[in-house]
Design a protein around this ligand. Structure first.
Ligand SMILES: [Zn+2]
Length: 238
């Protein structure tokens, strides 16, 4: 039985009552979860599980293995069948949601307006890193991309979650620029739609409207080979 990914329907849900369905050396499997597992360059969630008699377990890491979501906790003690309450480290998760959605905006702008493709990304609560395949790197183009991204954020576009039959989605390659945390062999694919801007197939957690991102600041770039430019940014409260 696969874990119900409650975070995919409601990224703002911070706590959830559920039960332990498996205990492995790597971590616990839950019936349902609000913890996003590491994937697509986005860090997994941290937080706590409150078990029987109020015992508190820290979730140190959430990740996927063999299509299962594993919650690595700080100590033994939970058993199959135990009722637990998940609680996210919300400040951390919300920051990751802001970075993740910011990355969609920036990569959407760079591709649509400048024809520059993204080849990878790494998002932490401290900074975002995106690799772009420039034919010739041009700092002005990148700065224009950041300025345009901040203008879109200021417009406060809405971010919607939709689901689409997989066969239909797979026929639209423009939906797969980022490939964040979803598996292609599902009957239904999840879409993250920045309304009036860009739609991507995506399994991750996003803010509900762009203004929540704040302001993006380009901090530095690194040359990672002829065509590859690694770009770092941070977010500020608007
Ligand atoms: Zn994404």
């Amino acid at each position: 039985m696969s874990t119900e990914r409650v975070y995919q329907r409601d990224a703002y849900l911070q706590t959830l009552d559920t039960a332990v369905v498996d205990v492995t050396p790597e971590g616990l499997v839950l019936e349902r979860t609000v913890f996003f597992p590491r994937g697509g360059g986005v860090m997994g969630d941290e937080g706590t599980l409150r078990g029987p008699a109020g015992a508190l377990f820290r979730v140190l890491e959430t990740f996927e293995a063999d299509e299962r979501i594993l919650h690595r906790v700080d100590r033994d003690g939970l058993r199959v069948g135990d009722a637990v309450q998940c609680a996210l480290d919300w400040a951390r998760r919300y920051t990751l949601m802001r970075y993740h959605t910011a990355t969609h905006v920036l990569t959407g702008v760079m591709f649509k307006e400048h024809g520059v493709r993204v080849t990878g990304n790494q998002l932490t609560p401290d900074k975002g890193r995106v690799d772009f395949a420039f034919t010739t790197f041009d700092r002005e183009t990148l700065e224009a991309g950041f300025a345009r991204s901040n203008a879109l954020i200021a417009q406060d576009l809405r971010v919607r979650i939709d689901f689409m039959p997989a066969a239909e989605a797979l026929a639209r390659p423009e939906l797969f620029k980022l490939e964040t945390g979803f598996s292609r062999d599902l009957s239904e694919l999840r879409l993250v739609d920045i309304v009036d801007f860009d739609v991507q197939a995506d399994g991750g957690c996003h803010v509900a409207s762009l203004r929540e991102i704040g302001r993006m600041e380009l901090t530095r770039t690194e040359n990672k080979g002829k065509a590859n430019r690694r770009v770092y940014f941070v977010l500020h409260d608007a």
